[in-house]
Design a protein around this ligand. Sequence first.
Ligand SMILES: [Zn+2]
Length: 452
Amino acid sequence: MSDPVDVAHIVPPYLLQHLAQGSEPIAEQARATLVADTQKRRARSRRTAPTVIAGGSAATSGPSREIFDAGNSENLPGKAVRTEGAPATGDPAADEAYDGFGATWKLFDEVYGRNSIDGSGMALLGTVHYGEGYQNAFWNGERMVFGDGDGVIFGRFTASLDVIGHELTHGVTEHAAGLTYRNQSGALNESVSDVFGVLVAQYRAGQTAAEADWLIGADLLLPGVKGVALRNMLHPGTAYDDPRLGKDPQPADMSGYVQTSSDNGGVHYNSGIPNRAFALTATTLGGHAWETAGRVWYDVLTGPDIQPGCDFATFAALTINAAVARFGEGAEAAAVRSAWASVGVGARAADAPPRGEGIDPNAPLLVRRTGGFAGLVRERRTSLAELPRSDRRAWTGLLADRTLAALATASRPTPDAFCYGVVCQAAEVDVEVAEHDLPGHVRALLERTLEG
Ligand SMILES: [Zn+2]
């Protein structure tokens, strides 16, 4: 498997940090939650061997659930309170977790033919009443853990079915694509959890894409909070605007892409972009999202082509390929293509035929590196025809999709840092991107071209 998945939380650290700055009692709880989360991340990164999880057999005909109660401590797993088939406990948190696990298992089993998180009937373990006033829920690689919330802003974290689906899907991703929980692959990891989280809720409610609210965590927020949910997949950035929580910072497209080293490289910010691509695909197609867009996304998540470090453009290309493979060249593939275009992500496939065929290979291409403390400028005027074959192919892809434009929009000027510029009139490209904002493979291509 890939790098260990970081402890994945439903409430992003930036939101807790905003809360923690206040002076109210809930600020104290937010600070405590942040400290506890950091300790868990440290503990997890110290782990050397992958966790081995006791699972059921593939022949299981239903889920195998076990719910524990931490009794407001932070000791895991806590005391077992409900096992598979046992009657309701009367404790809403334990029973919601049990039912939510069942609903999540059902979506994956009935719609996608997947038996539990690992596809082999792995036991679904959950702990409720974790910590005191704990404002989060997370998947720690082994079990789902739910806090009770602070009672002022957040209620108990089992209240939203999509949150339970979200946490369990982190487990599916860890066992399938293994998307690295950092930067764009991390934002995709987050997004995929939101995708199947809402699909669990839509499937149980029998809702169409048009009927669904596309909200994540709507039932967590208590009355008095100025907001409707933690995230809005169809309209990222609009979920809340509250003096204590701040404003929902999710971008709706690549023009708002957030470059940050916090939040594992902005995984909870930038997940808004692929989230909206999914919601647009589903609402364009109509009907039940789990049968159309959900099927395509599931094929990619569990298919052979996705890599742990997958970025947005590659994921977009994979979903387009998967839509064509499953439904042919029809409305589905068109909806997927158009959704990614709407959020400003150009599809890039490693082994797709060269794109940008329309660009004249003899058209001038200018590459330069400027900036830097000493003000050195390196520049080369060339054309696609003069480049080695493999680089020509990479350039045609880069010039044809929107990657460069999106990188340039997201790039922040940094004092003394180098800047790379690319000008190709034939492809209507004229951009400048700071060195540190370029993905490694793009920078390597620019350097090779500069060196000639
Ligand atoms: Zn998550």
